[in-house]
Design a protein around this ligand. Structure first.
Ligand SMILES: NC(=O)c1ccc[n+]([C@@H]2O[C@H](COP(=O)([O-])OP(=O)(O)OC[C@H]3O[C@@H](n4cnc5c(N)ncnc54)[C@H](OP(=O)(O)O)[C@@H]3O)[C@@H](O)[C@H]2O)c1
Length: 272
């Protein structure tokens, strides 16, 4: 299967690298075009055989899959570049939440899927969020999910839930890293070696995710199991609950407000 990638920033590089390391593509299956050519050339250097296209249209032409890995307000110019090369049998995979499937289907003649990856897909972990356009047949949907299963756990979601789902799946690693950093800072402030604190914190987070993901216990049960009534963890959990009360409601309110603003900007930029 041949695929073109437009955009070789954080996510374009992550997806190409993860797919190649997982063996889902060979380097010669991939063509990458991006604004700053040196970023695509760095990928070709790392994965010999990967093709660098000097123009966006050349990364779209004759590809079965075309990944759009640019920011929402860059869609207009990328779509204008590639539209003359697009054919109905090709599939565009958009990885950004504020550009809707309906907007893309109104502009391009091909099939459209929205797939929101996560930075943790770099380690072939975490979910990828799937939303399918009306032109994809069942076989196309299955093939796409199979492809992403090489680097993630594909999960289909309704498009209207993309913000909250992305908050958990894609913004979540940053939120958890922020909390972990504060935890490490606090441990280091007691005189503990920072590197040791970081190792212990990372092992703890990985183990916690594993035990919760395996269904061994729920988040609520886990807290109960670690807290002996009247013990140290129980007292500290009370303090943590007080300190973080409503924090994630405010976090999601912030993401939703920013998303509404982005939707308005994208709507203006994609108007015919
Ligand atoms: N970061 C995440 O964890 C994450 C997770 C899920 C989804 N996403 C979505 O992924 C998208 C890309 O995010 P990112 O973090 O990869 O951004 P990024 O690092 O800024 O990468 C965007 C890339 O697009 C290139 N570009 C911009 N305009 C272009 C054009 N007209 N033609 C060709 N290439 C162009 C940029 O080129 P330059 O190098 O010249 O700037 C850059 O390499 C965003 O829409 C974001 O919402 C991100």
């Amino acid at each position: 299967m041949k695929a073109g990638f437009i955009g070789a920033g954080s996510m374009g590089s992550l997806l190409t690298g993860s797919f190649l390391r997982a063996g889902a593509f060979s380097p010669s299956d991939l063509t990458v075009a991006t604004r700053t050519r040196s970023k695509a050339e760095a990928l070709a250097e790392r994965y010999p055989g990967l093709v660098v296209a000097p123009a966006n249209i050349l990364a779209a032409q004759d590809q079965e899959l075309i990944f759009l890995c640019v920011k929402p307000l860059d869609y207009r110019s990328v779509l204008d570049d590639i539209r003359p090369a697009l054919r109905p049998e090709q599939t565009i995979i958009s990885i950004t939440s504020p550009v809707t499937i309906a907007q893309l289907e109104a502009i391009v003649p091909c099939k459209v899927a929205k797939v929101i990856p996560s930075i943790v897909n770099e380690a072939c972990l975490g979910a990828s969020l799937f939303m399918f356009g009306s032109r994809l047949a069942a076989a196309d949907r299955e093939a796409l999910m199979r492809l992403f299963s090489a680097i993630s756990r594909p999960v289909e979601i309704p498009e209207q839930e993309v913000r909250a789902a992305s908050d958990l799946s894609s913004c979540g690693p940053a939120f958890m890293a922020c909390l972990l950093e504060q935890f490490i800072d606090a441990a280091a402030s007691t005189g503990m070696d920072r590197q040791l604190a970081t190792t212990l914190a990372c092992e703890m987070l990985f183990g916690t995710a594993h035990i919760l993901q395996s269904g061994f216990c729920s988040p609520e049960q886990l807290q109960k199991r670690v807290s002996v009534p009247g013990g140290i963890t129980a007292a500290a959990l009370e303090e943590l609950r007080r300190a973080t009360d409503g924090a994630f409601l405010r976090v999601l309110q912030t993401t939703h407000e920013k998303f509404a603003e982005d939707l308005r900007k994208v709507e203006r930029s994609l108007r015919p």
